[in-house]
Ligand binder design. Structure first.
Ligand code: AMP
Length: 400
């Protein structure tokens, strides 16, 4: 039973076709880019690892979706013989506001609610809606579902999600902390507990999703009780190009000194800061690690800052939950960067952490326990799979 997973951006469509019959299997994946520009690109990979690329005008998302469907049924590089073999479509949706505490099957009411919160995610939700409407256009009989980055965090108590702003800002504009990467935090917390044979309802877990965007979540007894991203994905730990936590006064000062408009300031804090901004080398950890090995002091400072800010969140979430049983590292950096893990888990014995520095060396992209057997707190790397969560939720919502 095939589920098509879509992640529609304003000018791109990322997709995966998964066979969800028994053990989930990725049959094809790919990306349409440069939608709306003069020429668009399609890059498609099938289950034999064969790659197919094409360039043509892709004026809108409907044309983009049609290209994806054509690639899936193509005689040479396709993976299914007819579109009837697609039984459901699952969409990644960045923002569910306060409407969605879990994934939902799409109907007119759900679409209207997603539309009503477009101002909370102006770059993302309108693009997701284009994708949903394109599917309605070309595969009208196929059921669709939406899986939200925010919904896992809807269990946060008000003391975590409220900002110290006048209360009317929450009432009038719904300004509060929402959190993101929820599908990943939930998935890795559950997967780690499955591997350990633990009941998640009894455990205190800190999940660190460290990719180009990064967030850390306190998962108490299976529920998110705090998370580092807030009203937008700019808050929290330092990221590839986003600031993470920053004194608001510093931003106002910069805006005045550099004469930045609101939209220029928004672009600045999202695209010009973080790892890339401090290092002035790259936003990619691999480049910084290579430079730090050569003794580049700016690269060393950037990596030290990155780890320091993660440590602070781990300490504060251990305090928030009155303890921690397990810390999970995931995302491109959490799964692969031995250097970041070494810095984060050095000098953490006050929490009862005994880190296996030897096993950590060279460990990449694997589910593994990285704490010593007598460590009070377990440390694990867990590979995340957001598309699998979307396909699983979609299957459950559509077929029970
Ligand atoms: P993601 O957004 O989860 O795909 O993570 C992307 C980031 O993971 C990249 O920008 C790199 O900084 C980091 N990354 C990927 N592979 C490695 C690696 N082998 N060592 C260190 N960092 C890595």
């Amino acid at each position: 039973m095939n589920v098509l997973v879509l992640n529609c951006g304003s000018s791109s469509i990322k997709y995966q076709l998964l066979d969800m019959s028994e053990t989930p299997e990725v049959k094809a994946k790919g990306l349409v880019e440069r939608i709306g520009l003069e020429t668009g690109d399609l890059c498609h990979k099938n289950d034999k690892g064969e790659k197919y690329e094409s360039k043509q005008p892709v004026p809108n998302h409907t044309v983009g979706i049609k290209l994806v469907l054509e690639a899936l049924i193509d005689k040479n590089h396709g993976v299914i013989s007819s579109l009837d073999e697609i039984k459901a479509v699952g969409h990644r949706v960045a923002h569910g506001g306060e409407h969605f505490k879990e994934s939902v099957r799409l109907d007119a009411d759900a679409i209207a609610k997603i539309e009503s919160i477009c101002d909370l995610a102006p770059l993302h939700n309108p693009a997701h809606l284009l994708g949903m409407r394109a599917i309605l256009d070309v595969l009208p009989q196929v059921p669709q579902a939406a899986v939200f980055d925010t919904s896992f965090h809807q269990t946060m108590p008000a003391s975590s999600y409220m900002y110290p702003l006048p209360y009317r800002m929450y009432e009038q504009y719904k300004i509060r902390r929402y959190g993101f990467h929820g599908t990943s935090h939930k998935f890795v917390a559950e997967k780690a507990c499955d591997i350990l044979g633990w009941n998640i309802a009894e455990k205190k877990i800190i999940t660190c999703h460290l990719g180009n965007g990064a967030s850390i979540t306190a998962v108490k007894y299976g529920k998110s009780v705090d998370t580092s991203m807030g009203f937008t994905p700019v808050e929290g730990v330092m990221m590839g190009t986003r600031t993470g936590d920053l004194d608001l006064g510093a931003l106002l000062f910069i805006m005045e000194k550099e004469n930045l408009s609101v939209s220029q300031a928004n672009s600045f804090i999202n695209k010009n800061c973080g790892v890339n901004g401090v290092s002035e080398i790259s936003s990619d950890m691999r480049d910084l690690e290579a430079e730090s090995e050569k003794g580049n002091e700016r690269a060393i400072l950037t990596l030290d800052m990155y780890a320091h800010r993660i440590k602070k969140y781990i300490g504060s979430y251990a305090a928030v939950m009155n303890g921690v049983d397990l810390i999970v590292m995931t995302g491109g950096i959490g799964e692969n960067s031995c250097h970041t893990r070494k810095l984060v888990f050095s000098d953490m014995d006050y929490l009862g952490i005994k880190f296996d520095f030897e096993l950590n060396k060279g460990l990449r992209g694997k589910d593994e326990t990285l704490s010593l057997p007598d460590s009070k707190v377990k440390i694990m790397t867990i590979t995340t799979d957001e598309e699998l969560v979307i396909a699983t939720d979609t299957k459950k919502l559509v077929f029970g």
